[in-house]
Ligand binder design. Structure first.
Ligand code: NAD
Length: 336
């Protein structure tokens, strides 16, 4: 099958998922423009691509109008902090990122005729009353709680995508991404996988919020990136699709598995459940299966690769911290 080389903009390309997507698109021979404000992304995630002739970087905040003169064939919009700790620290900026960011990128798509994909989220289902969650479920979201800047922002972005499609016939894809994990997650981003692995490697207690019986469905990043590209490449004018791993894991079982795979003797510590924390999450992925996509990497394999990365990342954090001779928790890190 021929694979014409394209110019592709990845907004949020220096983030966890975005940097893996840049890798995969470049491997296919496309030209990639990574647009990022670096608010939660990092130079380290894309350092290995800097010398690649097909790769360029534009530092820009998507809430501001995009520079003129951009010509692209495809746009992936991943620009948005994804961990609750990050997106809640600047909630107004988070909401603007989702809404203004989507509008600015949709305008670019309208101007250039590019196909555009939105990285939406299972958070649009809120704390779901329907389980597992099909794309037809409209969700159960608190519009005024601390997670609303993210959840409602993503919901509004979906609305914009479908309105641009209806009004200007844009070719759109909306991927509702469920929990994704893997190398290049930030060790201190507060997400369940990064928390458990960092804590286990540092010999700190693994914190379980609530009784640990709440579930998460965890998808390895390579599977997810393959899903995003499959969605982009699928013919059609407007596609809405869940992407995630339907295997459901209790948080307490995940903690045990991480202890097992790291060989850590950390204890487990229980804390109160945060406000609006979803109790259950599992995608229905029949639509994605019809596009011939399904996750292939099992949890043990994915966690092992992630743990290897965290060993390396935490060692670097420790080295930086000791160089800076600063104060704070980093100085207390136990040997890894
Ligand atoms: P991340 O925080 O690692 O990446 C987000 C990237 O977007 C970062 O590089 C950040 O600097 C950039 N960014 C944020 N706000 C920006 C702005 N205003 N202008 C320009 N760049 C900006 O998060 P991630 O886990 O890689 O998530 C990527 C996308 O996938 C997000 O849109 C997120 O909502 C979505 N998603 C992720 C998950 C997950 O489990 N990781 C689940 C559901 C949805």
């Amino acid at each position: 099958m021929s694979n014409p080389k394209k110019s592709i903009l990845v907004a949020g390309g220096a983030g966890f998922i975005g940097s893996h997507l840049c890798d995969a698109l470049l491997t296919q021979g496309h030209r990639v423009l990574c647009l990022d404000s670096f608010i939660t992304g990092s130079e380290a995630n894309i350092a290995h691509l800097r010398e690649h002739s097909g790769f360029s970087v534009l530092q820009h905040d998507v809430i501001e109008a995009l520079p003129g003169g951009l010509i692209v064939d495809e746009i992936y919009n991943l620009a948005c902090a994804a961990s609750p700790a990050h997106y809640q620290s600047e909630p107004v900026h988070t909401l603007k990122t989702s809404v203004y960011g989507a509008a600015n990128l949709l305008e670019l798509a309208r101007r250039t005729g590019a196909r555009i994909l939105q990285a939406s989220t299972s958070e649009v289902y809120g704390d779901p009353e329907v389980h597992p969650q099909p794309e037809t479920y409209w969700g159960h979201v608190n519009p005024t709680g601390p997670r609303a800047c993210y959840d409602e922002g993503k919901r509004a972005a979906e609305t914009l995508f479908f309105d641009y499609h209806r009004r200007w016939h844009l070719s759109i894809r909306v991927a509702r991404i469920f929990n994704t994990y893997g190398p290049r997650m930030q060790p201190d981003d507060g997400r369940v996988v990064s928390n458990f692995i960092s804590q286990a490697l540092l010999g700190a207690p693994l914190t379980i919020y609530g009784d640990g019986r709440q579930t998460r469905s965890l998808c390895y990043v390579d599977d997810l990136v393959h899903g995003l590209m499959t969605l982009m490449d699928t013919p059609g004018r407007a596609i809405l699709c869940n992407l995630g791993n339907p295997r459901e894991e209790r948080v307490v079982d995940l903690a045990r598995k991480v202890l097992d795979l790291t060989g850590s003797h950390s204890p487990v510590e229980y804390r109160p459940l945060p406000v609006d924390d979803p109790r259950r999450r599992r995608p229905v992925i029949e639509r994605a299966r019809r596009l011939s996509w399904r996750p292939r990497i099992d949890l043990d394999e994915g966690l092992t690769a992630t743990i290897d990365y965290f060993r390396y990342a935490l060692r670097n954090i420790k080295a930086d911290a000791s160089q800076r001779m600063g104060t704070g928790p980093i100085r207390e890190l136990a040997p890894i």
